[in-house]
Design a binder for this molecule. Sequence first.
Ligand code: E4P
Length: 217
Amino acid sequence: MKFFIDTANLDQIRDAQELGVLDGVTTNPSLMAKEGITGRNNILKHYVDICNIVDGDVSAEVIATDLKGMIREGEELSELHDQIVVKVPMIRDGVKALKYFSDKGIRTNCTLVFSPGQALLAAKAGATYVSPFLGRLDDVSTDGLNLIAEIRLIYDNYDFQTQILAASIRHTMHVIDCAKLGADVMTGPLSSIEGLLKHPLTDIGLAKFLEDYKKGN
Ligand code: E4P
C-alpha cells in the first residue's frame, strides 16, 4: 500500500518524507488556499517545491471544467516535473480529458469520485489513479469504506490497472480498513499515518526495558 500525504503544507510534507514511508502527495485547490498559495505562478512554483521534497507522485489539480481548458492546464502541469500527476474531476469533460491524457502517456488522478459507476468510468478512460472520497461519504451517513470494497471488486473482475487511491481519509482506522480492503494507496493527513505507530503497550514495554537495563549497568 502506498502512503500519500494530503496537504500543501511543506513542513508537514518534509516531516512525512523524513519518516521514510512516504510515497507521494495529493493536493487540491482548497489545500493550496489553506496555505495561502494563490495566483497561477505561485501555485505552479509550489508544485515544483513539493516535487523537490518527495520522491513519489504529486497530484496537481486542474481548475478548468471544459475539455480544452483541462487539456491546456494538464499539459502545463505535467511539464512542470516528471513526478506530477494531473488531477481531473469526475465530470463529463473530465472523462474525455482522462482519455486524452491516457492516450498521450500523461498520468492522471480522477478526483471527486463518490460512486462505483464513476470509478468504472475513470478506469475505462485510463486513469492512473481513482480517488474515492470516503471521509466525505461518511460525513453524509454513507459507508465510505463500502465504496472502496465495491471498486476493488469491479477492478479485480476486469483486471483494470487503475490504482484505487483512498482519499478523504480522516484517521488511522480508515488507513487500516483501506489496507484490509486492498486499496492501492491512501491519502490523508500526517496524523493518520503517525497514528499507526502508536500503542501504549509499546511505550510501557520500552520504559520497562530501559529501566531493567539501568538496574544491571
Ligand atoms: C484527495 O485527493 C483530496 O485532496 C482529499 O483527500 C479530500 O479530503 P477532505 O474530504 O478531507 O477534504
